[in-house]
Design a protein around this ligand. Structure first.
Ligand code: NIG
Ligand code: FE
Length: 426
């Protein structure tokens, strides 16, 4: 008999990807669906997944076991949001209003708004302020089913503020039920003071490489390093300066690639064996091929295209058909995607990039987990994995996308603990 201290029974459906490696091509839509499903937990791990009838035959409860009646509900793995900029100060609602009246994101940025205005606010904020607002954002994410999140720095663009953002993100991970993975993004934008200089792009890239990356690595503040590889920001040569230093100091690589122009960021990600190349609105066929060969995950962020009112969404179908594993993330940030909700992201992905519901679920759970090197622990509902589970107030996984714009998540378990919703004791 399997011993369990928490059981969930009678679920209308349980839907999950399987395994600990990413799913590409036709595997992207491989979702195991169990009807009248049940799941058992011992401490922080899943010890049983099957039908309710099987659970009653195979699982024995500890004396004070908790039972959750999931009749009419659907069980899914907790979402893994592997691309966010959650630690920042201020907001850009004014700029949003300007955009609604026709101003362009790039023009606002050129006029000193955009990322640089968030940089100013974040430099001025205390660690406590950043921590408090950051924790509230994590609460909001968790209420929408996210149980693991990646957080990038990048609103400092100078050593002290970059370190401050990363320290705050790490502390948030220690104090909040959600798991936080941190990424250093010192090369998010070229600071104003460097833009004014001859060769400022390269000079700032060298500062990132020579001064910031060694400190981030030494203080173990991040597991990965990201760079905004883009025309007019960090082009290929300056991106390499940053990425070479990241590799040298043992950091994993992630790249903001081919977002606004087809510069070859996807190919660069393949060359460096990046964990992910994200955005990819303008990815080339050669970029798709290179990423497929190198096994780089494509991080697609449909919230950004939606929020910036772009005509171009990333070509998800081409990327999936080209054999590249796709993950979906919110890109939560104050300028280009002000949304913490993974269900909203999935709806945008399905409706605007023609992904199926199954593909979108695999993308936002297992594939995202693998892109954070956590595929062995999270991303699916299987025996031995961490009990990170969401309960959807709906009879099947299709409703997650089909019923849009409202929150159907009525329960979240993180490491086996109920962190959203009420428990029903037996
Ligand atoms: O992922 N591409 C650059 N960075 C962010 C935007 C951040 C901001 O506007 O504050 C992004 O879209
Ligand atoms: Fe981003």
């Amino acid at each position: 008999m399997i011993l369990a201290d928490k059981i969930i029974t009678g679920a209308s459906e349980l839907a999950t990807p399987q395994g600990s490696t990413s799913c590409a091509g036709s595997d992207q839509k491989k979702l195991k669906v169990i009807k009248d499903a049940a799941l058992a937990i011992r401490e922080d791990k899943i010890v049983f997944v099957g039908t309710t009838e099987e659970l009653h035959q195979q699982v024995q409860r500890t004396e004070d076991a908790i039972e959750i009646d999931a009749a009419g509900f659907t069980l899914l793995p907790g979402f893994v949001d592997a691309h966010t900029h959650t630690v920042f100060a201020g907001d850009r609602s004014h700029e949003f209003d300007m955009r609604l009246q026709g101003a362009k994101y790039a023009d606002i940025a050129k006029a000193g708004g955009g990322i640089l205005s968030t940089v100013k606010a974040t430099r001025e904020a205390t660690e406590e302020e950043l921590f408090q607002t950051g924790m509230r954002r994590l609460d909001s994410m968790m209420l929408h089913g996210t149980t693991t999140v990646e957080i990038k720095s990048g609103y400092g663009l100078e050593l002290e503020t970059e370190l401050k953002q990363l320290r705050v993100a790490k502390l948030m991970g220690e104090q909040h039920p959600m798991t936080v993975s941190t990424t250093f993004l010192g090369a998010h934008e070229i600071p104003k003071e460097y833009r004014a200089m001859e060769g400022g792009e390269h000079k700032y890239a060298r500062l990132v490489a020579e001064e910031m990356i060694p400190r981030v690595a030494e203080e173990e503040l991040a597991t990965a390093c990201d760079v905004f590889t883009e025309t007019g920001v960090f082009e290929l040569e300056s991106s390499r300066i940053v990425l070479d230093a990241a590799k040298k100091h043992g950091l994993e690589v992630r790249i903001h690639a081919d977002e606004l122009s087809p510069l070859g960021g996807a190919e660069l990600a393949a060359e460096y064996g990046a964990l992910s190349a994200d955005h990819l609105e303008f990815i080339s066929d050669a970029g798709i091929e290179a990423m497929a060969k190198a096994g780089v995950t494509a991080g697609l962020l449909p919230g950004t295209a939606f929020f910036l009112m772009l005509k171009e969404y990333p070509p998800a179908r081409k990327i999936i058909d080209g054999g590249v594993p796709v993950m979906l993330a919110t890109d939560f940030n104050p300028g280009s995607s002000h949304c913490e909700s993974m269900p909203m992201t999935l709806t945008l992905a399905c409706l605007n990039m023609k992904m199926s519901v199954a593909e979108a679920i695999v993308a936002s759970t297992l594939n995202a987990a693998v892109s954070l090197k956590m595929g062995d622990r999270i991303g699916s509902l299987e025996v031995g994995k961490q009990a990170d589970i969401i309960i959807l107030d709906a009879p099947s996984h299709f409703h997650l996308v089909y019923h849009f714009g409202i929150n159907q998540i009525i329960g979240v378990l993180k490491n086996g603990d109920i962190v959203v919703g009420e428990e029903v004791e037996d």
